[in-house]
Design a protein around this ligand. Structure first.
Ligand code: NAI
Length: 303
């Protein structure tokens, strides 16, 4: 892991207009971060219900922050005024930076990257929030692949300090520098990671999930017990709580992608238990049920 050198420390970011593609868990969180930092953000999703949910959810999150005295009402208004929720990708045409946060599927992402490149100016940086896919491969779908980069936030984006910056093989060094200084100006910590499957965090995290799943499948302990023990070790969440929080659809597909990208190394083998949850639509907190049950997004403690 290398962090950027002092040359970019005090640079002012040239990024003021940010377009975000995908208003799900990550896209809406990233929009909040960028808008809080003063950028004008356009948050786009094909799904109108999802756009509405993202707008309502931002209202709830900011209202809670006001109630708790963490921000003033005027700050809430400023953040909301900085974000537009847009149902057409064309609205992103004047962005300085676009960040894609849609489904973790290489072909779908490539298609979206091709579409976005047609809309934006030649200077616009085109980034992906992918957790595991090859940035180099995504970049290859562009006519100007040197402006493509991975900017990988963690969930929940407004709270998690770390952001991985992943230059593709083709990425211009200046683009990496601009992204590092921009993300730092958004009050985040950056780690520049090589473009390898899962980058740093998601590669290290795979055994955290898969070993816990194996222990459960072997009948070694039940899920609440495994989570409790890991929490008592000092982790904020146990592995099952964390998978429910991330979403099994997202988490499973990342494991599958890392497994395939490492030529089916058994260390990264996905779990059938998790696959069944995905098939059942038990995606975790966002669907109301995963390993645990949820009400209004809050975990119901098992008896
Ligand atoms: P999500 O399922 O919550 O949201 C994805 C959104 O993209 C949906 O609202 C969907 O309607 C929209 N969408 C799909 N195709 C689209 C298209 N062609 N154009 C516009 N919108 C489209 O997914 P989530 O969890 O936000 O993940 C998004 C990306 O971020 C994935 O690549 C994932 O691997 C990555 N990621 C996820 C994290 C997590 O903990 N959930 C953490 C870090 C990265």
């Amino acid at each position: 892991m290398t962090d950027q050198k002092s040359k970019i420390k005090n640079q002012k970011s040239p990024i003021t207009k940010v377009g975000i593609i995908g208003a799900g868990t990550m896209g809406s969180g990233i929009a909040q971060v960028a808008a809080t930092a003063g950028c004008k953000v356009k948050l786009f999703d094909l799904n109108l219900d999802q756009l509405r949910t993202a707008e309502d959810s931002l209202e709830n999150i900011l209202s809670r922050l006001v109630e708790k005295g963490r921000i003033e009402q005027v700050e809430k208004k400023r953040i909301q005024e900085n974000i537009s929720f847009v149902p057409q990708m064309e609205s992103l045409h004047d962005s300085d930076l676009t960040i894609e946060a849609i489904v973790e599927n290489l072909e779908v992402k490539k298609e979206v990257f091709t579409q976005i490149e047609h809309l934006v100016s030649d200077d616009c940086i085109i980034a992906s929030n992918t957790s595991s896919l090859s940035i180099t491969s995504i970049a290859a779908s562009l006519k100007k692949p040197e402006r493509c980069i991975g900017i990988h936030f963690f969930n929940p984006a407004p709270l998690m300090k770390l952001v991985e910056i992943i230059p593709a093989v083709q990425t211009d060094e200046k683009i990496t520098d601009v992204c590092v200084s921009t993300i730092k100006s958004w009050r985040k910590t950056t780690a520049v990671a090589k473009d390898t499957p899962g980058f740093i965090v998601n590669r290290v995290a795979r055994p955290f999930y898969s070993e816990a799943l194996r222990m459960y499948e072997e009948g070694m302990a039940d899920i609440p017990m495994l989570d409790k023990v890991v929490r008592q070790m000092g982790f904020r969440m146990g592995p099952f709580e964390l998978m429910d929080f991330i979403g099994h659809d997202v988490n499973y597909v990342v494991t599958e992608s890392v497994f395939g990208a490492f030529y089916y190394d058994p260390r990264y083998k996905p779990s059938l238990t998790q696959k069944r949850l995905v098939e059942a639509g038990w995606l975790g907190r966002k669907s109301g049920r995963g390993f645990y049950k949820f009400e209004d997004g809050n975990k119901i403690e098992p008896d």
